[in-house]
Ligand binder design. Structure first.
Ligand code: 5RP
Length: 233
């Protein structure tokens, strides 16, 4: 059995491995979260050493990390395309067709993450081994317009889920996303058919975006203590 070396070291290895994929002249999508943060810092070191890239952040957190690392920034509407996106996940499940399904949105950034990740020619997920599961079994974050919270919550129950309003850890109130919305974490238990659930959630009036990324990822880089497994290549 592999020594995973603790999740923090595993995340670092996965993130740095993915950052190594970035080539001169590329446009890179920067996901959100602690694993992607390692990739952003590594990319900053590569830029410092002369690599020419433009990056598109998916959240305030990734933007600030990229600014700190002095990575040149751009936006989706200022480029012809995205060569590579690097992003984390809360869970990853392999699909029968060789692709992957993800649950994302632990950082409430899944709306912008999905736009950038889906636009990329190559979408690489970075994760520690604990994220790899079969099947997905994690509450799906659903970003909702504030006024739509009760109606979406009711519709989620009708789809078989149990919604919980995400609250801020040290504050007495809900998490408000960078888009000014709320997040319902919707527990469906084991998710045997992510595609159908994603379609159902996305169709609900008032849902900005939901955290199932169905078949979008091209590769998954799983960090361990002393190496990285690349799945899907
Ligand atoms: C943010 C996300 C993150 O990528 C996901 O929560 C994984 O985070 P971490 O790398 O810190 O475990 O989806 O919206």
């Amino acid at each position: 059995m592999k020594n995973t070396g603790g999740s923090s070291e595993a995340k670092r290895r996965a993130g740095e491995h993915a950052a190594d994929l970035v080539e001169d002249g590329e446009v890179v999508g920067l996901g959100t979260g602690s694993t992607t943060a390692h990739a952003i810092r590594a990319l900053g070191r590569a830029v410092d050493a002369g690599l020419d890239v433009q990056a598109i952040p998916t959240s305030f957190q990734s933007r600030q990390l990229a600014l700190d690392a002095e990575i040149p920034l751009t936006s989706l509407d200022a480029v012809d395309g995205v060569d590579l996106a690097i992003d984390g996940a809360d869970q990853v499940a392999a699909r029968d067709d060789g692709g992957f399904d993800l649950v994302k949105g632990g950082g409430a950034a899944h709306a912008r993450e999905k736009v950038v990740d889906a636009a990329a020619d190559r979408f690489v997920v970075v994760a520690d081994p604990s994220k790899l599961v079969d099947p997905l079994d994690y509450p799906v974050p659903v970003e909702v317009l504030p006024d739509a919270r009760p109606t979406v919550a009711e519709a989620v129950r009708e789809l078989g889920g149990e919604p919980s309003l995400r609250t801020a850890r040290r504050k007495d109130g809900p998490v408000v996303t960078e888009n000014g919305n709320l997040v319902l974490d919707c527990d469906f238990g084991p998710i045997d058919d992510p595609a159908t659930l994603a379609t159902g959630l996305s169709a609900l009036p008032g849902v900005l975006e939901q955290g199932l990324f169905v078949g979008l990822a091209d590769e998954v880089h799983i960090g361990h203590a002393d190496d990285v497994d690349v799945l899907g290549r």
